[in-house]
Design a protein around this ligand. Sequence first.
Ligand code: BG6
Length: 517
Amino acid sequence: MPALESSDSSGSCLNESRKPAEPCTIVIFGASGDLTSRKLIPALYHLYKDRQMPPSFRVVGLARREKTDDSWRDELRVALDQFSRSGPVDDKVWREFAKNLFYCQGDLTDPAAYERLEQLLTSFGKAPLRENLLFYLATLPSQFGTVVEKLHHADLLQKDGAGWQRIVVEKPFGHDLASARALNQELTRFTRESQVFRIDHYLGKETVQNILMFRFSNSIFERLWNRDAVDHVQITVSEKLGVGQRGGYYEEAGALRDMVQNHLLQVLALVSMEPPGSLEAESIRDEKVKLLKSIRPIRPADVAKQVVRGQYFAGVVDGEPRPGYRQEPKVKSDSNVETYVALKLFIDNWRWSGVPFFLRTGKNLPVSTSEVRIQFRPTPRVLFAAQCGDNMDPNALALRLQPDEGIYLRFNGKVPGISLGVRPVRMHFSYDAEFGAYTPEAYERLLLEAMVGDATLFIRRDEVETAWQIVDSIREGWQGKPLSNREFYAAGTWGPVAADDLLAQTGHFWHEPRVMR
Ligand code: BG6
């Protein structure tokens, strides 16, 4: 993240030193896939519309099916109508943008495809369009190694050549530590780590980026951000959607690998890391790794005390009947794969010693929401015991990541009237109310950062590997153990009873995120 520089009359610090994106070509491998039409092309179109794309650029889609440039453009136009975040597509803008889209037919295992790609890139004429190359691997991870090797042999990917070449990859980054290491080795066989940009789309979310801004630009909160003031922290990422058509993938992944290994641990790291020395990518990523390494390992024998799995059975979400997980397509009828997971983690460092961090995520829950709740310690029970007994609500700060993006602070206030009634009230900051409805898609930000070459919002190799270490030992603890009755939950409820038990052991309970509308 480049430095924040000037301050305008409203007190906002504007980043004027940001490096603009240089002319480049983005090559998408696996261009016939869903990700390209649903996320990547709409993101690039919006960047173009908002004048954020470099002064000259090309986008090349490489895939196996026979298509022409025009037929690919037509297909993408239809998809954009469906996936554009800003309402109807502007035809004039689209036509200008689409002139930069090219299709290259080829099988990614075939060296001839890379020769054709090389010729196409050379035909673009200007040096930066041939040399500044962003390769987006929207393919299976098992194909990453092949693509990187073939690009290298076609002289399209160099460690220290002219211009710059970068590789962008999506999760899953392996399915355990060993496979993640092998994948990282394949990716860096012909590149440097600094050329690899691993996407966790949560880091592209405006509200997730705001966690560091909020923490380190406000003295009032940061001095409370430690074991002296914080009782515990809850991180909830709940989804109303079930597994649906992704049963095949989910049977292999489960919620722990699909959500905790990446999104939840990333949010946890941002919420709890120490201030970085600077806003440079390496400085921030060093602190995140340090934090992940400070998480107390959960030994397989302790998994039952600190981690709860869950799996939904048939139920109702928003009045709509949902099948049980075991009845979803491509799911085994006796599957023990978790669609929900809740964990209690401890961070063994000076700041957080003894403070529990409760994390949970699940499918087919009553609302879709992502929220971090910092629950502060209660005041001494001396003054208001008569009015509130033991139940006076402690202060809490909720960072609302999505939807209804914002932050609210919960504190106690006097109920108007002659009695001394006390009850919780809230102060609420809403992004919409403050900044209007500017909500760029995570992919817009991430693609732009990859073009600029700023790796802050991407995951470094050691982050991925440290996160797998945490997850692997939990999986080891589950091995061969079927789900118990207390680990099933009806679709449309807040997860299994066992997840309530996990918090109840220490007198805590889950705070349901507020539904704003
Ligand atoms: C993905 C997971 O990484 O994140 C999905 O594979 C999940 O299972 C999705 O639904 C959630 O992302 P978001 O942005 O909708 O919260």
